[in-house]
Design a protein around this ligand. Structure first.
Ligand code: MG
Ligand code: MG
Length: 245
């Protein structure tokens, strides 16, 4: 999984460099598939059909623009100056999944929008720091919500992280809110995807006709995700090019 994570981090780093006004998320999606396959790996999302899905997911990348939160389909609409876009993708290396996401500004965006993006990064770091053996999922969610409150942004309700390993989505559900000491206990050997999703407005979500999720009120949303291993020595980020495992 560490190797899957390193490889995914390299791919996302390359895709991030492509983000600019005039580029389409379909172009970024095509490049994502190329980069994953040229190393002999497979995308986690392409053809993925979780329980309840109407049809298998048709792309490598989830690209959620502006009020899009997650599961945005790559499109032929060029990104525009001032947009924000979340690149979310996973890959399978030798049967093991890694999953990671980051929100990237397209050109120049207002300071408050940069703060929204930065808040998800800071919350992800705080959630990871809390993910230690003996801690609980409530501790992780609480750490994430604290950062959201500090930045006066909303924690999107009804979406969260997940266990990950041989499958993309495994138990447990990893909430972005919670009470300290509550919820399932974390133990060394677990691997989870932690993924705070915040908005500048409503915490409520809506599912659109293409199955993607957006904020209910159309406010901007940002998202940061890492796949993390919980070890005796503490949490280790797997979706990092410099992962030491
Ligand atoms: Mg993801
Ligand atoms: Mg995920």
């Amino acid at each position: 999984m560490a190797e899957a994570g390193r490889r995914l981090a390299r791919v996302i780093g390359e895709l991030e460099k492509m983000v600019a006004p005039g580029v389409t998320t379909e172009q970024i999606d095509a490049r994502a598939l190329e980069l994953i396959r040229e190393k002999g790996d497979e995308p986690s999302f392409l053809g993925y059909a979780p329980a309840g899905a109407r049809k298998p997911y048709p792309a490598t990348l989830c690209a959620s623009v502006n009020d899009g939160i997650v599961h945005g389909l790559p499109s032929s609409r060029p990104l525009a100056e001032g947009d924000i876009v979340t690149l979310d993708l996973g890959l399978i290396h030798r049967g093991w999944h890694a999953d990671s996401a980051r929100t990237i500004p397209v050109g120049t965006v207002p300071d408050r929008v940069l703060e929204l993006i930065e808040a998800t990064r800071e919350a992800l770091a705080a959630g990871i720091e809390a993910a230690r053996p003996g801690a609980t999922l409530g501790d992780v969610g609480h750490a994430i919500t604290r950062v959201a409150k500090k930045h006066r942004v909303g924690v999107v309700e009804g979406l969260g992280g997940h266990g990950i390993g041989r499958k993309l989505h495994e138990a447990p559900y990893v909430p972005n809110s919670g009470k300290p000491g509550k919820g399932a206990k974390l133990a060394a050997g677990m691997t989870i995807a932690i993924e705070p999703m915040f908005s500048l407005g409503s915490k409520l979500i809506q599912q659109l006709d293409d199955d993607s999720f957006a904020t209910f009120d159309g406010s901007l949303s940002a998202h940061s995700e890492h796949t993390v291993a919980i070890t005796e020595a503490g949490p280790v980020v797997l979706t990092d090019e410099r992962c030491p495992l």
